[in-house]
Design a protein around this ligand. Structure first.
Ligand SMILES: Nc1ncnc2c1ncn2[C@@H]1O[C@H](COP(=O)(O)OP(=O)(O)OP(=O)(O)O)[C@@H](O)[C@H]1O
Length: 413
């Protein structure tokens, strides 16, 4: 079928449900003993069309900048179907997601189950996550998760990112954010949306060198300004923003607050020792002040302006694992979670057609104005991807310059 390139060393098994596709696409015979084959199924496009009632609004789970996501049942299994918009760049993201996820599988990812193609469209079939995104859970839920749950979710995503970074060569996700963290039926956080992910560390990799910086405003590492600035520490920065979001319940960029950037707001407070001010007031405070401090410190270290001094994701995993042992999990304290979906239904109406807009147009200056609300926009900027050259870098560098000095003197116990 010529859609997935299967290298001899990969362990992919493509199972076809269409008579036309060939079982010969499977290189599973060449896999080594340790590798488990990843079964990627090629679905019949018309079967998916039927299972989504012709991509009807009733089956719509949500919209992102890349297209729409629908709920379906395929072969008795609940799945999410990603239907990208017809845009060349988006089409490349879909191919990329297939390429990355057909080689790595993890219980910490929203895994790829299969795909479908017809003459004009291609669809991705991924695992269905019945409890929505962490973004919705944190920002649209009157009963957000307790501290035990939050730390565990942060740890699960840290492990997911570490799994990517531990590949050979490492994979960099480039779009870590709460909107790309989905919550499964057991309330485990899973990392999704690998459309921007890139393999790095291959010296002669033309693709890596020619791919412009991309990510989401508010989470984007200000050091990442040219293709060769990409490193695993780019993800560490975004993870730090994500952790501040989990701690505070505040959005990465929120033009309704001043300062609107979570880094600009939280780090000076951490610096002054005003930790109580950054913790989400909707949740009963963490009892142990040492744990409060450690958690804030991990986030601060991740967003250091000097990327060499940011921790590795492995270190972050170790620190969060130690903290999570000290904070009891209890049960989810948000059983009326509006993000929870009934298996047979789409998303609650108020969460459909939500805040996710299209990519911002314009140069870095315009985008920067958007970030700081100078244009008076009230739209949520933090979930939008940016592909432009990153003209706002220097401002962010200034904002964060002091973080290095501040976190140098602080040590995790
Ligand atoms: N596997 C899934 N299971 C259940 N719901 C999902 C799944 N994937 C996505 N969704 C829902 O669809 C919405 C849109 O997802 P999508 O990945 O297209 O965009 P996004 O990541 O939120 O934004 P962007 O594309 O701008 O990064 C999500 O907010 C989520 O509510």
């Amino acid at each position: 079928m010529g859609y997935l390139s299967c290298k001899a060393d990969s362990a992919i098994a493509i199972i076809s449900t269409t008579p036309s596709s060939q079982a010969s696409s499977s290189p599973s015979t060449s896999r080594t003993k340790q590798e488990k084959p990843i079964k990627i199924r090629q679905f019949n496009y018309s079967d998916i069309e039927a299972a989504t009632d012709g991509f009807s609004d009733q089956k719509l789970l949500g919209k992102g900048s890349h297209g729409c996501v629908y709920k379906a049942v395929l072969r008795g299994r609940h799945v999410a179907v990603k239907k990208p918009s017809k845009d060349l760049e988006i089409g490349q993201e879909v191919d990329n997601e297939i390429e990355i996820l057909s080689k790595i599988h993890s219980p910490r990812f929203v895994n790829l189950l299969g795909f479908a193609i017809d003459t004009k469209d291609r669809l991705l079939v991924v695992e269905f996550m019945s409890n929505g995104t962490l973004y919705d859970t944190l920002h649209s839920n009157s009963r957000p998760p307790n501290w035990g749950r939050r730390i565990r979710m942060a740890l699960q995503i840290a492990k997911a990112v570490d799994t990517l970074h531990s590949q050979n060569p490492p994979v960099i996700h480039r779009d870590i954010k709460s909107a790309n963290v989905l919550i499964d039926r057991n309330f485990n956080a899973r990392l999704g949306d690998f459309g921007l992910a890139l393999r790095c560390g291959v010296d002669d990799d033309y693709r890596l060198k020619s791919t412009p910086p991309a990510g989401t405003i508010g989470y984007l590492d200000p050091c990442y300004v040219t293709p060769d600035n990409l490193s695993t520490k780019t993800d560490v920065f975004s993870f730090g923003i994500f952790l501040l979001e989990i701690i505070s319940g505040r959005k990465a960029i929120d033009v309704g607050h001043s300062p609107s950037s979570i880094v600009d707001w939280a780090i000076p407070l951490i610096k002054k020792g005003k930790l109580g001010a950054i913790y989400d007031p909707r949740t009963v405070p963490l009892k142990d002040p040492m744990i409060r401090k450690q958690l804030a410190l991990i986030a601060s270290k991740c967003v250091r302006s000097c990327r060499e001094r940011r921790p590795s994701m492995k270190e972050v995993v170790d620190w969060l694992a130690a903290l999570s042992k000290l904070v009891p999990l209890h049960s989810w304290n948000g059983f009326n979670n509006p993000c929870m979906m009934v298996e047979t239904m789409g998303r609650p109406a108020e969460l459909r057609n939500n805040q996710f807009g299209s990519r911002p147009q314009g140069d870095g200056e315009e985008i920067l104005e958007g970030i700081y609300g100078k244009m008076g926009r009230k739209s949520v900027m933090d979930t939008r991807r940016v592909y432009s050259d990153l003209g706002f870098r220097s401002n962010l560098m200034e904002l964060m310059a002091w973080t290095d000095a501040e976190t140098d003197g602080l040590n995790l116990v």
